[in-house]
Design a protein around this ligand. Structure first.
Ligand code: XMP
Length: 515
């Protein structure tokens, strides 16, 4: 396996991504964790130093242990990684002074061929586009190194010590703006002897081994939300330890039509996983009565969720572990060099401090995966595609799609309208193009006419957005025919709604949810 030492670059995760795309297994570890003992235990077949925000000239700036250079394995240093390598091996790094470089640059090829650059410089003008982002620069390379590529501002854009297989580049080969970066990584891993045989099936087997080792014969509990991450984590853990896993599914009465049945059937009947279905809808809806402030709703739901989960978890004898579907981006965000919240706070945030309170240890088998890899693992584990590809659904559920006061009546109407809308989207083959789609029921009633009679019913809003990560979003451009047909269906099929609107707000300035 390959070790990426993280010096805090914003794009370190992209290095991991590029390598996974090449079917090479790698792990990112922050430089603070990489000690001599760590290196012995990890036994990397190759090492990559990431970029980072620090300056090697500054005292106390991050370093890898000296030992890494004596492992006899190939090393690739990127940006800060290049500088730290030069600095530690006897070269010289200086501050910017007019040589800082940010953005697109072109590297001209070396006189001599370097296997790391096979497939490079095959462009019409013989140059290769790369992405630079550095303040400091290398002013003298370390003994044993040669220059294999220069750019106007970086005389040492690509350097290598071919005897030791140490490579150091000033630019970022992992980003999209270095179009041939993936080839460079492919060459590097080939040189290090990786055959590209790492697959999701291999990951699954390794993860199962690790879970067994960690848990032994003790009990694990897992809070199921019905979302993809916690479901994949639960199925994987169940494969590893069988009945030592119990899932708790807190049903707050704010789920979509058929959702509770879908989750419980899948886990109990299909996977045979012990599941406590905590139907607490009366408790939640009772406490939410009269609450119309969005923050108040969220806080109430969060508080009750933890109480209920804890109550049911306490019934499980000898539970020592709590399973969570923490993903890789959460882990990286929380341990990056530039500070930020500690690992613990971040990874616990979805159950708000429960592990400490209950004295539980964490099992997080998805810590090394990106969202799409979790989906791939889910497929590997046999979860149905219809489940894996589901749109995200917020923890507070329909409560935040029902502005104003929440009543059972309104929730029922909302559920039915939402089901018709999603059915329409699926029938038109649009579901996978859309990041998230749902109906919000509005706190107004309006007058209509149906048949010969007057109606006075609720209005609803359809929402559908495209997005990459939920941070920004754009409304989905449905055709007028689709919107017209959907409005007609909702009004005909759902008693209680007589007006349909379409929300065309992007995010920002709006948010995806209405509250
Ligand atoms: P907003 O409305 O902030 O939503 O644009 C961005 C994404 O996050 C989801 N969301 C939540 N997910 N708990 C969750 O698990 C929450 O409290 C929550 N609030 C919003 C939302 O559905 C969208 O995908």
């Amino acid at each position: 396996r390959l070790l990426i030492i993280d010096f805090g670059s914003q794009v370190t995760q992209l290095i991991a991504r590029r390598l996974r795309e090449l079917n090479v297994y790698c792990e990112i570890h922050p430089f603070q964790q990489v000690t001599d003992e760590f290196l012995d235990e990890f036994a990397p077949k190759a090492v990559i130093f990431s970029g980072g925000p620090a300056s090697v000239i500054d005292e106390g700036s991050p370093r890898p242990p000296e030992k890494v250079f004596n492992l006899g394995v190939p090393i690739l240093g990127i940006c800060y990684g290049q500088q730290v390598m030069m600095h530690m091996l006897g070269g010289k790094v200086e501050r910017g002074h007019g040589t800082a470089e940010f953005g697109r640059a072109y590297v001209t090829p070396p006189a001599e061929r370097l296997p790391l650059l096979d497939g490079w410089f095959a462009t019409p003008d013989g140059r290769e586009q790369v992405w630079m982002s550095h303040g400091d620069h290398v002013s003298a390379i370390a003994p044993g190194f040669e220059v294999y590529g220069t750019s106007p501002y970086a005389p040492f854009a690509i350097t290598a010590d071919t005897d030791r297989n140490f490579f150091a580049v000033q630019f970022h080969p992992e980003v999209h703006h270095t179009p041939n970066g993936k080839t460079l990584y492919a060459n590097f891993v080939k040189l290090a002897g990786f055959t590209g045989d790492w697959t999701m099936a291999a990951y699954r087997d390794e993860a199962i081994e690790k879970i067994r080792e960690q848990v032994g014969d003790r009990q694990v509990i897992c809070g199921l939300s019905g979302g993809v991450d916690s479901s994949v984590a639960a199925v994987l853990i169940h494969e590893a330890i069988g009945d030592q896993l119990t899932c708790v599914f807190v049903d707050h009465g704010l789920l979509r039509l058929g959702e509770a049945e879908e989750v419980t059937t899948m886990f109990r009947d299909h996977y045979n996983i012990p599941l406590i279905h905590a139907d607490e809808s009366d408790l939640f809806l009772g406490e939410l009565e009269g609450v119309s402030d969005p923050e108040q709703k969220r806080k109430t739901i969060g508080r009750l969720f933890i109480d209920v989960f804890q109550k049911h978890a306490n019934e499980i004898e000898n539970a020592e572990f709590l399973a969570q579907g923490t993903l890789y981006p959460d882990v990286i965000e929380s341990v990056s060099f530039s500070g930020g919240p500690s690992v613990t706070i971040k990874s616990h945030h979805n159950v708000g401090g429960l592990p400490e309170k209950m004295g539980l240890k964490l099992v997080e088998p998805l810590r090394e995966l990106f969202k799409d890899e979790v989906r791939a693992l889910g497929r590997e584990l046999g979860l149905p595609q219809s489940f894996i590809g589901r749109h995200p659904f917020p923890g507070p559920g329909l409560a935040i799609r029902c502005p104003g006061e929440i009543t059972k009546d309104k929730l029922d109407i909302l559920r039915k309208a939402d089901a018709v809308y999603i059915d329409q989207i699926r029938k038109h083959g649009l579901y996978d193009e859309i990041w998230q789609a749902f109906v919000a029921i509005l706190p107004v009633r309006t007058v209509g006419v149906m048949g010969d009679g007057r109606t006075y019913d609720y209005a609803c809003a359809l929402r559908a957005v495209t997005s990459v990560d939920g941070m920004t979003a754009d409304y989905y451009p449905f055709s007028h025919e689709f919107l017209g047909e959907t409005a007609t269906r909702i009004i005909n099929e759902v008693k209680g709604i007589n007006r349909v609107t379409y929300d065309i707000t992007s995010k920002p300035p709006g948010t995806i949810e209405w509250e």
